[in-house]
Design a protein around this ligand. Structure first.
Ligand code: SF4
Ligand code: SF4
Length: 479
C-alpha cells in the first residue's frame, strides 16, 4: 500500500473566499475618489465633443481605425506619426516606474482596472449580501432556492456592470452617439458585438470571480515591481518592533510592558481585499491599498494608542525607527535619487514629444519615380519621365497647394487631369481636407538635355503657408 506521505498533493490550493469588511479612513476615501475619477473618465470620455470643422469627426477622443487616425482633442495623429503614440506609451511605462519608485505599488492599489472593478464588485457584495460575516455565512451555506435566487440576482448585476464596461470600450472606436444607436438596432459591425462580448465575459469573470487571484497569480506587474522596490521605496509596513508580542488589552493591563501594541483583533486582515495578513511581512499579494492602515488606525484610536502600527514606511526608515528615531514625514521619503532620475527621464520625454508635436509639418510631399521605363523619348525628341506625387494635407480644411520644378532648365510638367498643351513649371491644385492626394506628374525636357538631379517643391498657397521639398533624378538615354 502506498505511504500517505507519498500521495501527490494537488498542485493548487483551494481558493478561500475573500470577503473584505467595510472600512473607513483617509486611504479608503482616497480609494473612493480615484475609483470615481477612473470610472467617470472611462465612461464619459467617448461622449465629449470637439469641433474640428466640417471635414473631421467631432468626437474629442477617437481611435479611427477605418481612416487610420487617432484624435485626442486638438491633436490628430496620422499613421506615419505613430512615433508620438509610441512616445506616449513609453512615457506611461516610465510614469509607472516613477510612481513605483516614489510611492510603491500605488498603481496596483488604486488605479489598476482589475483593482477598480474588483473593488466595485466587493462593494456590491456588501450592499447585497451584508458585511464580511454575512457573506462568509452565505458562502458556506448549502445551495437552496433562496441562495440560488440571491446569487442569480447578484450575478445579473455583475453582468450588467461587465456589459457596460465592454460597451463603453467600443465607443472609443467610432462616433459614440451613432454607434450607440446602431448597436441597439442590430446595425453595428459584427466586430463591435464580438468586442463587447469578449470584454463583458472577461470583466465578469476577472472582476466578479477571480479577483485577487488575477493580481497574485496572473499579473506579471507585481513581480516586476517587487524587483524595483528597494530600501528607499514606500511600502505598507507592520511595525513588528512596536506590535509584538501581540496581546489583548486585558493582558496589557495585567502585565504593563509585557505585550506590544497589536491586540490581535485581525481587523487589518478582515479589510484586506486580497485576504493577506500584513503582519507576516511584505508579500506579493499586497497591492498597497492601505486599507489595513485605516483599519488599524481606527483600532489604535479606540484603545488609546498612537496611530501608525501599520503605516507607509521605507525599509530604511523602518530600521531607524526601530532604533528609536522618529518616523520621517511621507512627503520627504518620496524624493530619493531613483525617483528624481525617473522624473528627469519622464519630463525630458514629455518635452521632446511636445516639441515634435509643435514643430511637425502639416503638409508633406512624397514622390515615387516610375522605374520601368525610366524615361520615354517623344515624337519630337523631347524626353519624358513620370512620377507619382503624394500631396498630404493634414489640416481639417481643403488647401490650395503649388507644386513646382526646382532646377532642370527647360522642364515643364503636366498631370493626368490636364492636357499636355497646358504644361508649365508649376501647377496649383486643391488638396481636400485631411487627405493624401496622389497625382501622376509627367516632366518633359527639350531634346539634348542631360540626365541630372532636380527637386519638386510643394508650397501651401493660403495664409498658414508651409511647404516641403523632395529631390529626385531625371533620367535620359545613355546614362
Ligand atoms: S488591526 Fe492593528 S491591532 Fe488589530 S490585528 Fe491588525 S495590526 Fe494588530
Ligand atoms: S495588506 Fe494592507 S495594503 Fe496590502 S493589500 Fe491588504 S489591505 Fe491593502
Amino acid at each position: 500500500m502506498r505511504n500517505p506521505a507519498q500521495v501527490p498533493q494537488g498542485l493548487y490550493e483551494k481558493r478561500k473566499a475573500v470577503c473584505p469588511s467595510k472600512v473607513d479612513g483617509k486611504f479608503r476615501r482616497l480609494k473612493w475618489a480615484v475609483m470615481i475619477a477612473c470610472l467617470a473618465v472611462y465612461y464619459i470620455t467617448p461622449w465629449l465633443r470637439w469641433d474640428r470643422g466640417p471635414y473631421a469627426p467631432d468626437q474629442a477622443v477617437l481611435i479611427d481605425l477605418a481612416h487610420r487616425r487617432f484624435y485626442m482633442f486638438s491633436i490628430e495623429i496620422w499613421p506615419q506619426e505613430f512615433y508620438l503614440v509610441a512616445g506616449l506609451l513609453i512615457m506611461a511605462g516610465i510614469g509607472l516606474f516613477l510612481v513605483t519608485s516614489a510611492v510603491g505599488r500605488a498603481w496596483c492599489g488604486y488605479a489598476c482596472p482589475q483593482t477598480v472593478w474588483t473593488d466595485l464588485y466587493q462593494h456590491l457584495d456588501r450592499w447585497l449580501d451584508g458585511d464580511r460575516n454575512a457573506q462568509l455565512r452565505l458562502d458556506a451555506a448549502p445551495w437552496g432556492p433562496a441562495k440560488i435566487a440571491r446569487r442569480t440576482f447578484k450575478w445579473a448585476i455583475y453582468l450588467l456592470i461587465a456589459f457596460s464596461t465592454g460597451g463603453a470600450w467600443i465607443l472609443y472606436f467610432a462616433d459614440a452617439p451613432t454607434l450607440w444607436g446602431e448597436f441597439w438596432t442590430g446595425e453595428a459591425a459584427s466586430i463591435a458585438y464580438s468586442t463587447v462580448t469578449v470584454l463583458t465575459a472577461t470583466t465578469f469573470w476577472f472582476g466578479g470571480f477571480m479577483r485577487e487571484q488575477v493580481c497574485v497569480y496572473m499579473c506579471p506587474w507585481p513581480r516586476i515591481q517587487s524587483a524595483m522596490l528597494d530600501e528607499k521605496s514606500l511600502i505598507v509596513t507592520y511595525k513588528d518592533w512596536r506590535g509584538e508580542p501581540r496581546g489583548s488589552i486585558k493582558k496589557a493591563e495585567k502585565n504593563p510592558g509585557a505585550v506590544g501594541d497589536c491586540i490581535d483583533c485581525r481587523q487589518c486582515v478582515a479589510v484586506c481585499p486580497t485576504g493577506i495578513d500584513i503582519r507576516e511581512g511584505p508579500q506579493i499579494g499586497c497591492i498597497t491599498c492601505a486599507l489595513c492602515i485605516d483599519a488599524c488606525d481606527r483600532v489604535m484610536a479606540e484603545i488609546g494608542r498612537p496611530r501608525g502600527l501599520i503605516d507607509y514606511a521605507t525599509l530604511e526608515d523602518a530600521e531607524s525607527e526601530k532604533k528609536g528615531a522618529p518616523p520621517t514625514a511621507h512627503w520627504k521619503l518620496i524624493w530619493h535619487p531613483r525617483t528624481l532620475v525617473y522624473l528627469a527621464i519622464w519630463s525630458a520625454l514629455g518635452l521632446g514629444l511636445l516639441f515634435m508635436l509643435g514643430t511637425r509639418k502639416h503638409i508633406d510631399l512624397a514622390i515615387q519615380k516610375d522605374r520601368n521605363p525610366p524615361y520615354m523619348v517623344l515624337s519630337k525628341g523631347e524626353i519624358r519621365n513620370a512620377w507619382t506625387l503624394k500631396l498630404k494635407n493634414m489640416e481639417n480644411r481643403p488647401r490650395p497647394m503649388k507644386v513646382s520644378i526646382e532646377g532642370l532648365p527647360g522642364a515643364v510638367m503636366w498631370t493626368d487631369s490636364m492636357p499636355r498643351e497646358q504644361a508649365a513649371r508649376e501647377l496649383t491644385m486643391t488638396v481636400p481636407a485631411d487627405t493624401t492626394l496622389p497625382v501622376r506628374a509627367y516632366v518633359m525636357v527639350p531634346t539634348g538635355t542631360a540626365g541630372q538631379d532636380f527637386a519638386f517643391q510643394l508650397a501651401a498657397q493660403d495664409a498658414d503657408g508651409g511647404g516641403d521639398r523632395s529631390e529626385t533624378h531625371f533620367s535620359t538615354p545613355g546614362e
